[in-house]
Design a binder for this molecule. Sequence first.
Ligand code: 2HA
Ligand code: ZN
Length: 286
Amino acid sequence: MTRNRDPQMNFTNGLFQKVEISKMLNEMAGIAQYLWEKGWAEGSAGNFSINVTGMFSDTERDSLSSNPVIPLSGKYPDLARALFLISGTGTRMREMADNPMGYVCFVYVGESGSDYHLIAGNQDEGSVKPTSELATHLGIQQLLIQQKSTAKVVLHAHVTELIALTQLPAFKTEEAINSLFWSMHPETMLFVPEGIGFIPYTIPGTETIARATLQELGRHKAIIWEKHGCIAVGANLAEAFDILDILAKSAKIYFLCKSTGIDPEGLSAAQTETLRTYYSGLSRGN
Ligand code: 2HA
Ligand code: ZN
């Protein structure tokens, strides 16, 4: 029998035994299943990151420094010694739904903010590396910290209905696409009163898309990447998912109406503004 000679390795394994983390794995499995069923996670599409720094003590996190170190392409000084649970690159959401631990990894950012220690979820089955959109996730996570946001989760998915909207010339501006959302489904005003940010087509996974996304996320909690997909932030996975779901519903209503050959009526600009005033007096979820 092999003996555990390295107490730090013990804790590394213990990461997944934390009650909060096992609850989170259950939530991940549920959301991964929804993303797959909705058709928003074809192949290995979709990814997420969760800031779990607060769930571990400084000592526990520091002990993770014994894990392999990997340089980052950017520098994230505000993420120094922060810990994230991140979906693995090449991960199929439909597989994650059955075995969340096998398709996630922990990313522990080093002191300098320019490298990280990798702890794969399923160490028995080889290492899981973080999503190809890591730069975007870390950039957003850093912004959330700078903004003292309560959001801990960044979720990316290929929401079919929203991608389809970005294929239509009429909806390629932030103003046009938000007017559509609010006018097709009034509840989008409750979930995203500030509207979504619109980012013209850029190659996925690049620093360029990460930078453009950051600029927009200063003012929005959801972003659409033209002809690619969306990003939403939330206090937890369910909250980020809800935002995408409600926006998708709005887009779906539009397409359903159009499929009859008749243009939808929508809310008028005046009705939308009255709704904005009404909802701004209510807390979300009412
Ligand atoms: O995770 O969706 O944008 C794969 C992707 C890349
Ligand atoms: Zn994508």
